[in-house]
Design a protein around this ligand. Structure first.
Ligand code: VGL
Ligand code: ZN
Length: 207
């Protein structure tokens, strides 16, 4: 029981397409790798998430004639940002960064594999109701605390943190172990929403 007290470190989407040179590069995205690996020394239990889209996924602008990347469109489940093609299943861009400590992870959650629904959160698809199974996995194993790191702060990290709070987990985001896309103020609003929802913002030295 005692070793569960530190919680589950959830390492979100540290994949080549979100690193400089990738299809949906997050500025300075690869800087999280060394911070996450250092955190891994203090968190014996780790889950990785992997954005994992089929070719032609509905979140890709290329699937919507006349639309450009970073425009917003309407999906049956709500508003959706359209992205450049990224993290296509099995492609080099979908691979984890080679320096990321992958072998020590206890579970890899793949998300975004349903052609018609995007999935930012580690817990639910963007319809906010289809579960990935992660909440059940954590509960079955007796974890009540999740610590989030990775990419991107204002999308997959924020959605995961808000869902974790909604599900009743103690939730920490390690801000220096994350980097943001920051589309039209999305970072500021994500930070505001996380704080309002009771997410603890921490830094890697003290978490
Ligand atoms: C992400 C946009 C699209 C993320 C994934 O990991 O934050 N953002 N797919
Ligand atoms: Zn994606």
């Amino acid at each position: 029981m005692a070793d569960r007290a530190s919680g589950m470190l959830i390492v979100v989407d540290v994949q080549y397409d979100f690193c400089p040179g990738g299809a949906l590069a997050v500025p300075d995205g690869d800087a999280v790798v060394s911070v996450v690996n250092r955190l891994s020394g203090r968190f014996p239990h780790r889950v990785l998430t992997q954005d994992w889209h089929p070719a032609g996924h509905s979140s890709f602008a290329s699937s919507h004639p006349g639309k450009s990347p970073f425009e917003t469109t309407w999906m049956p489940y709500g508003s959706q940002v359209l992205w450049p093609d990224h993290c296509v299943q099995g492609s080099p861009g979908a691979a984890f960064h080679a320096d990321l400590d992958v072998d020590g992870a206890e579970l890899i959650i793949r998300k975004g594999f349903r052609p018609s629904v995007d999935s930012y959160s580690a817990f639910f698809e963007n319809d906010r109701t289809t579960p990935t199974g992660l909440a059940g996995y954590l509960r079955d194993r007796g974890f009540g605390r999740v610590v989030l790191a990775g990419l991107a702060t204002d999308f997959c990290i924020a959605y995961s943190a808000l869902d974790a709070r909604r599900l009743g987990f103690e939730t920490v985001v390690v801000t220096d172990a994350c980097r943001a896309i920051d589309l039209d103020g999305s970072l500021a609003s994500a930070m505001r929403e996380m704080v309002a929802a009771g997410v603890t913002l921490s830094v890697s030295e003290t978490v």
